[in-house]
Design a protein around this ligand. Structure first.
Ligand SMILES: [Zn+2]
Length: 164
């Protein structure tokens, strides 16, 4: 018999919901596994039919959450930069030559040159992302700007004694 009292009915429904939660989740998972393609086609179709409203919604979301989203993006970019620089600084966030550790001074150096060309092809700011995407390949190191310049001029490791 269904409950006439709405509150009681709701309570009963909640109880049922809790009782069968695991079984239902398992079923949904299995269903999703077995119907992957069907689901994908359906999603695609749904997106095509609702494309404009989806775009409008995400546009509105972006506009109302702009600052927050930009902050997230910046935090993410910063975390990535720190991770990559630390990796190529032999697990220290510092220049491998002189130990300079101010983040603003640190850059990625292509050990075998060709750096500018590579940066040009993938875009300077994308270098950290590119390195991460390619599994942090060998051939790079963390250098500070000073050491980078000294290397460019071919006088890295030269003593800086004044000429007599
Ligand atoms: Zn240095």
């Amino acid at each position: 018999m269904p409950y006439k009292d709405i509150e009681m009915r709701k309570a009963k429904q909640r109880e049922q919901y809790r009782k069968h939660r695991e079984a239902r989740v398992a079923y949904q998972r299995r269903y999703a596994q077995e119907n992957k393609e069907r689901q994908r086609d359906y999603n695609k179709l749904w997106y095509e039919l609702n494309r404009e409203s989806v775009l409008l919604k995400s546009r509105n979301y972006y506009l109302t959450h702009k600052n927050h989203l930009n902050e997230l993006k910046q935090n993410k970019a910063l975390a990535l930069k720190i991770e990559v620089l630390t990796h190529y600084g032999n697990n220290r966030l510092a220049c491998v030559e002189c130990g300079e550790n101010q983040l603003a001074c640190l850059t990625i150096d292509h050990i075998t040159r060709g750096g500018m060309e590579h940066k040009r092809t993938i875009g300077g700011r994308q270098l950290y992302y590119w390195l991460k995407l390619h599994g942090l390949p060998e051939g790079y190191q963390t250098l500070c700007m000073n050491c980078q310049f000294l290397k460019e001029w071919g006088i890295l490791n030269e003593s800086c004694a004044l000429p007599s």
